[in-house]
Design a protein around this ligand. Structure first.
Ligand code: GLC
Ligand code: CA
Length: 578
């Protein structure tokens, strides 16, 4: 029977995201690769994560670094061979860990043989694999939708005088899921990898595969990206398509599926992940990693307060309880670095990285750690001009704002430096050597100069490091049903600096207190929490002896002062009333 509260390995696991290009270069050509990943499995095992997710390693012209797939069943030569990949899978399995792959089904590369054939003639058998529309009467685009890189979602094919749709860049034409042959091809491709033994999929942009096929113009909007999402996200046939994938493919394997879905309501998440409906196992919560972004232009920051974050978390933690499941995704390869975005890059870098670790690993929902966050890596420093930027979304924004709208390049660059995806893609800092132990050659994207202070080698030696804090928290989480399955309740909800919550499961309960602030903060607890602390034990905290003193003080008084980012986790066992 499929009950929602049933224990599952994917609820009890901690996922680690690897961006292979930037993880470890084994042959010193400056590009991370699969043998490089293999050489670091001891490290990942020591950290204690149990599922590894690889962002795309398939053949790709790299317009979007792998998210533009040219050949679905082959490994990108830069990353190694199919044998290297099989050896990786074997090694991962031998260690009792699991490997999931990235499933990119909304689009392919424009270099994919299907698209090349589709371009060759309107009669191509592959023409209908993509989405084509005639121009409007005046020759302009079929509608006003804007792509993620800021241009029209439609690109004219001059030969046929028809436009094709691309939600991302024009080098990533969208597949036409209305065509049953496309769905068939995608299913075959999934079976290919699943038969090789992978343990599941992170499904890229999954809620975009069904679109409103009337392709109406979107109402006017001052959002930089326009207002068309309502027509291409969570579309009319999305649940039908996912249920079909489940029945035809997923249900035949012992795997799990995690959907990347931005702009979802909680109702959508329940529909996608309620096991009775047989669609996906979890949706990744992206909202928290956008909390500082302005609503009309994600490149600008807005004034936000901790209450905004509390609201997002409450929504996902409380409203989904018992009705679905999610992955907790505070950072990834598309966002700035976690510590730079939600923590503090300077004096309190390590403390704030630990606070964020405690946050990530004590929430309900499968935690996703992005490579490098476990040592508190920071945003990049090398993006002086747009020539230094590798990723297409920032390039598109620059073009739109500077070239088209004439905005001040320095203002735009400053936003790019703060928000660009490249921030998360600098080489993993293994040691303090010239290229951070990533490679002996010049890396494809420069290593950060703070590699001397922030690196794996040094943190492995230091029991008080961010790395060891992550390691301990992962272990604590794995040993606690309450942290995995327990009900979440927000405490001190009006407090603007402290994020506190409880997690409860049967007789086990936790109280988590996070000082989400760069200032010392007075913590004032209501009676029932003081009582609770009286029956609890401090299990882990950021500030050693000081945190012990805080814990002691809280047993007898309602007040204590927390250092910047100081965070504590208490665990208690209730004596159940007879
Ligand atoms: C997802 C990926 C991102 C990629 C996009 C298009 O959002 O995480 O890196 O650019 O999909 O495939
Ligand atoms: Ca290499």
């Amino acid at each position: 029977m499929k009950t929602i509260m049933k224990p599952e390995f994917w609820k009890e696991s901690v996922v680690y995201e690897i961006y292979p290009r930037s993880f470890k270069d084994s042959n010193n050509d400056g590009i991370g690769d699969i043998p490089g990943i293999r050489s670091k499995l001891d490290y990942l095992q020591q950290l204690g994560v149990d599922i590894l997710w690889l962002t795309p390693v398939y053949v790709s012209p790299n317009a979007d670094y792998g998210y533009d797939i040219q050949e679905h069943r082959e490994i990108q030569p830069e990353y190694g061979t199919m044998d290297d990949w099989k050896a990786l899978l074997q090694d991962v399995h031998d260690r009792g860990m699991k490997l999931i792959m990235d499933l990119v089904v909304n689009h392919t590369s424009d270099q994919h043989p299907w698209f090349q054939d589709a371009l060759s003639s309107k009669d191509s058998p592959y023409r209908d694999y993509y989405i084509w529309r005639a121009p409007k009467d005046d020759g302009s685009e079929p509608n006003n939708w804007l792509s993620y890189v800021g241009d029209s979602m439609w690109k004219l094919d001059e030969n046929s005088n028809e436009y094709y749709l691309h939600s991302y860049s024009e080098k990533q034409p969208d597949l036409n899921w209305e065509n049953p042959k496309v769905r068939q091809e995608m299913q075959d491709m999934m079976r290919f990898w699943l038969d090789l033994g992978i343990d599941g999929y992170r499904i890229d942009a999954v809620n975009m595969i069904s679109k409103d096929t009337r392709f109406p113009d979107a109402p006017p909007s001052n959002k930089l990206q326009g207002n068309a999402e309502q027509f291409y996200k969570n579309g009319p046939r999305i649940h039908e398509y996912l249920h079909e994938l489940y029945t035809e493919v997923f249900s035949n394997y012992k795997i799990f599926t995690a959907g990347e879905a931005s702009s979802v309501s909680i109702e959508d998440v329940k529909l996608y992940t309620n096991p009775e409906r047989e669609e996906m196992n979890m949706v990744l919560m992206i909202e928290a990693s956008k909390v500082c972004d302005a609503d009309d232009d994600m490149w600008q920051s807005k004034d936000w307060s901790l209450h905004d974050l509390k609201e997002i978390i409450a929504k996902w933690e409380e409203d989904i309880y018992g009705q679905g499941w999610m992955g907790i995704y505070l950072s990834n390869h598309d966002h700035p670095r976690l510590v730079s975005y939600l923590g503090h890059e300077g004096e309190y870098r390590a403390d704030s990285a630990k606070m964020l670790a405690m946050f990530l690993l004590t929430l309900r929902g499968t935690p996703y750690i992005y490579q490098g966050d476990e040592i508190g890596m920071t945003n990049a420093e090398h993006m002086k001009t747009i020539e230094d930027v590798k990723e297409q979304q920032a390039q598109g924004y620059y073009k739109q704002m500077v070239d088209d709208k004439g905005e001040d390049p320095e203002v735009i660059m400053e936003r790019i430096r703060t928000k660009a995806r490249d921030n998360a893609r600098t080489p993993m800092q293994w040691d303090g050597s010239e290229h951070a132990g990533f490679s002996t050659a010049e890396p494809w994207i420069p290593a950060h100069s703070n590699k001397a202070e922030i690196n794996v080698a040094q943190q492995l030696e230091d029991p008080d490091s961010v790395f060891h804090f992550y390691r301990q928290l992962i272990k604590i989480r794995k040993d606690s049903s309450a942290l995995i399955y327990g009900k979440y309740a927000c405490e001190l909800s009006d407090d603007s600096y402290i994020f506190a919550y409880t997690r409860e499961w049967n007789d086990e309960h936790w109280l988590i207190i996070l000082n989400f602030s760069k200032s010392s903060t007075e913590l004032q607890l209501p009676d029932q929490l003081v009582e609770r602390i009286g029956q609890s034990e401090l299990i882990i905290a950021t500030h050693g002896d000081h945190s012990e003193e805080v814990a002691q003080a809280l047993k007898y008084a309602q007040k204590a002062t927390l250092h910047p980012y100081e965070s504590l986790a208490f665990r208690g066992i209730s004596i159940l009333d007879q």
